[in-house]
Design a protein around this ligand. Structure first.
Ligand SMILES: Cc1ncc(COP(=O)(O)O)c(C=O)c1O
Length: 395
């Protein structure tokens, strides 16, 4: 091997990665990496591990991107996003929720993931505390850990149908003061919807306690039972996080949005200018077209509804017990009949049945060993195949 001009001696001190970067992995992504490696080696894998629509985005979205690309220049945009997209997002609140939102309060972000970083930094001091639902989306607590903000996990359970409740928030705040609360509905990994009346109670509770409310509405549009409510309907001061990744099938485009109260706008603009300059131009242009493709998107959603029905019928027969599957595209299933080690169960499902699923431990470090999450955002063919494989493997 050729030696580089400067070679380290083993006894020289070496700088180390920061402790703040020492955060847990996103296990679903680890499973996906392993599943893709196995697939490259020739294994036939059914992917149920990542919450990613199997469908391509609507044709109008792709055509808008192609037209913009043909135009030549792909440039930086305003840090808060192109006006056409901010206006389209605001218009969508009027059309979908009958809410008047000033486009000036809309911030375009690099997926909702980018939105979280901006919002957390703008809202909460280093060392601050934010209540998040448990089980919940793992990146919340992992991002918060890297940012030096304490994630206070608020248990959800059968008493609230696994939804975050105003009473639980109040109890957590009474124990030790929170600076903010994160609501997610429909939820990941459970699919559970927080009822509209409870969203209202949560907004009122946060206002009374003088704490921020941040509402992750990324699965809005994907509700099969019950009525989804935006926190914006009950509070102008809530910070709304949303994305084109799920309902709009645009995961890889990395485009999402925030709706924020006025006083957060300039701090978020400065953060975005410095952290990423702007969101990819082509993705922003394409996202404008997504709002005009409702029929295509509803057809894709109808496919999820069929997948959901197949799983709701078959999972309990197999002794896998899903939590209420109100929305999103997940079945979060108890596996007590087979295992109390969701990591091992998922590893075996991949190796022995060719099924990539995510261990509950990703979403819940306390009770997650007893659960796995199956995403049904893929094709019906895949879901039928997955059920057959589960029957053969567990039967
Ligand atoms: C609840 C929730 N929020 C946020 C995200 C991040 O999505 P994106 O950054 O693609 O918008 C996900 C992704 O799975 C999610 O499930």
């Amino acid at each position: 091997m050729r030696c580089l001009p400067f070679c380290r001696n083993a006894d020289m001190p070496q700088p180390q990665p920061s402790t703040r970067s020492n955060i847990p992995s996103f296990i679903a992504m680890d499973v996906m990496r392993e599943a893709k490696t196995l697939a490259r080696e020739g294994a036939d894998i059914v992917h149920l591990e990542v919450g990613e629509p199997g469908a391509a985005p609507p044709r109008a979205v792709r055509e808008a991107a192609i037209a913009a690309l043909s135009g030549g220049r792909v440039a930086y945009t305003e840090a808060l996003g192109i006006p056409a997209l901010r206006e389209a997002i605001a218009r969508n609140y009027r059309e979908r929720y009958d809410l008047a939102v000033d486009p000036a309060r809309v911030v375009v972000t690099t997926g909702s993931s980018g939105g979280f970083v901006l919002a957390f930094l703008a809202m909460i001091e280093h060392g601050g505390r934010i209540g998040i639902p448990n089980p919940g989306y793992p990146a919340y607590r992992n991002i918060l850990q890297a940012l030096g903000i304490e994630a206070v996990e608020i248990e959800t359970g059968p008493q609230s149908r696994f939804a975050l409740s105003a009473a639980a928030i109040e109890a957590a705040h009474a124990e030790k003061k929170l600076d903010a609360v994160l609501l997610m509905s429909p939820a990941n990994p459970t699919g559970v919807l927080t009822p509209a009346a409870e969203v209202k109670r949560i907004a009122e509770t946060c206002a009374r306690l003088g704490i921020w409310l941040i509402s992750d509405e990324i699965y809005h549009g994907l509700t099969y039972e019950g009525e989804e409510a935006s926190a914006l309907s009950h509070s102008d001061d809530a910070v709304i996080v949303n994305s084109f990744s799920k309902y709009y099938c645009m995961t890889g485009w990395r485009v999402g949005w925030l709706v924020v109260p006025e006083r957060l706008l300039r701090p978020i603009e400065c953060l975005q200018q410095n952290l990423s300059i702007s969101v990819p131009y082509l993705s922003q242009i394409a996202a404008v077209a997504a709002f005009g493709a409702r029929d295509d998107l509803e057809a894709i959603k109808a496919g999820y509804a069929r997948n959901r029905a197949i799983l709701m019928e078959n999972l309990p027969r197999l002794g896998l017990t899903p939590l209420p599957m109100d929305g999103a595209f997940y079945a979060y299933c108890g596996i007590a009949k087979y295992s109390n080690d969701s990591m091992e169960f998922s590893r075996r499902a991949l190796r022995e049945a060719g099924l990539a699923i995510t261990p509950g431990l990703d979403f819940d470090r306390i009770n997650g060993q007893g659960f796995v999450r199956l995403s049904y955002a893929g094709s019906e063919v895949d879901i039928v195949k997955a059920v057959e494989r589960l029957k053969a493997w567990l039967g």
